[in-house]
Design a protein around this ligand. Structure first.
Ligand code: 3HC
Length: 309
């Protein structure tokens, strides 16, 4: 009897501290990451609104989602293509688009921001959404390298603000880094962990430190590969082959730099260099800077370290 009572009390108190599950998600930013997050959230039964500044951008985002869903369906329903088509339509039904963030966030459970990596722009966005979003709405950023606490500082909901960092390509990469700032409440953090699991992802808990876990290790590694090449100690092709066949990585560092985007990598390393100029791991690279200055940003522009069709 005592056991039942204790169990009952425990379950009551845990449900009281538990936030309701996330059902409605607003993704701000229709780029590759935003579209990928929207796709995964819609696939797992969430009601998703993808927001960006123009209908044109949103049309492209929906095309990206459709193409990615076709790849998933082709694999998942290889034997029954008609079921694949039904799957695609079902997912697309869960996902709508809007150019009016302010009206969408009035009744959303979660905002995931995946816009340009600019602190002032992100602060401006969240500052204005904070005034109109529902009281219970949790705000998150998918930033690769900016401190979540700095982004959150433009809002009055520091306890309902955290980080959700996804990886490209979002539909394939199983990890989500869930970031807790000193002000993020345990309830918010637990809800974000649960949401990540509901997306079919594996969450890891991160502190609000530069690069969290993955980028703090991955970006210096990619920069070291460029420096190795700059010193003439290996061709980019050989370095890529070496890391794929010698370390089992799915892509070599130069392939991955092109995939992630050279501008993104430069933005991250420049920010860390400004913060800690004596750290040799964060030193800028003349070769990377030159390619970015020439507009060779990787796969998305057709050329980076390699040429892409
Ligand atoms: N949507 C749906 N399916 C996709 C997809 C997408 N966008 N991209 C790839 N796939 C599927 C393909 O359909 C294919 O399925 P199949 O094997 O059943 O046919 C499978 O993934 C493999 O794709 P490919 O054959 O085209 O190519 P690869 O075998 O080389 O795999 C890859 C592609 C999954 C991208 C793999 O190369 C990989 O894991 N690369 C490393 C990616 C990585 O490290 N990402 C993290 C970057 S860091 C980051 O994002 C953080 C940011 O803050 C900077």
């Amino acid at each position: 009897m005592a056991f039942i009572t204790r169990q009952f009390v425990r379950s009551l108190s845990s449900s009281a501290s538990r936030q309701a599950a996330i059902k409605h998600v607003t993704i701000i930013g229709g780029g590759l990451m935003g579209a990928g997050i929207a796709q995964v959230a819609a696939t797992t039964g969430h009601s998703v609104v993808l927001v960006d500044m123009s209908e044109d951008i949103l049309k492209k985002s929906v095309k990206v989602i459709e193409n990615s869903l076709k790849r998933v369906a082709k694999k998942k329903f290889a034997e029954k293509p008609e079921d694949g088509e039904a799957f695609i339509q079902k997912v697309l039904k869960n996902c709508s688009t809007s150019t009016d963030a302010a009206s969408v966030v009035q009744s959303t459970d979660l905002v995931v921001e995946a816009i340009v990596e600019n602190l002032k722009v992100k602060q401006g966005l969240f500052g204005s959404l904070d005034k109109v979003a529902s009281e219970h709405t949790i705000f998150t950023s998918n930033t690769s390298s900016l401190p979540i606490a700095d982004i959150a500082s433009s809002t009055t909901r520091l306890d309902r603000f955290g980080g959700l960092h996804f990886f490209n390509p979002v539909p394939m990469m199983k990890l989500v880094e869930v970031i807790k700032t000193p002000s993020t409440s345990q309830k918010t953090f637990d809800t974000l962990l649960e949401f990540s699991k509901a997306l079919g992802k594996q969450p890891v808990s991160c502190k609000d430190t530069p690069g969290f876990i993955v980028n703090r290790l991955l970006v210096p590694y990619m920069m070291e590969a460029i420096r190795l090449h700059e010193r003439g100690h290996g061709s980019k092709e050989d370095i890529d082959v070496a890391m794929k066949l010698g370390a089992g990585y799915p892509m070599g560092p130069f392939e991955l730099l092109d995939y992630v985007g050279l501008d993104t990598s430069k933005f991250i390393i420049d920010g860390w260099h400004a913060m800690d100029p004596d750290n040799p791991l964060f030193a800028p690279s003349p070769m990377l800077n030159k390619l970015v200055a020439e507009g060779k940003l990787g796969k998305k522009t057709g050329e980076g370290f390699y040429k892409h069709k």
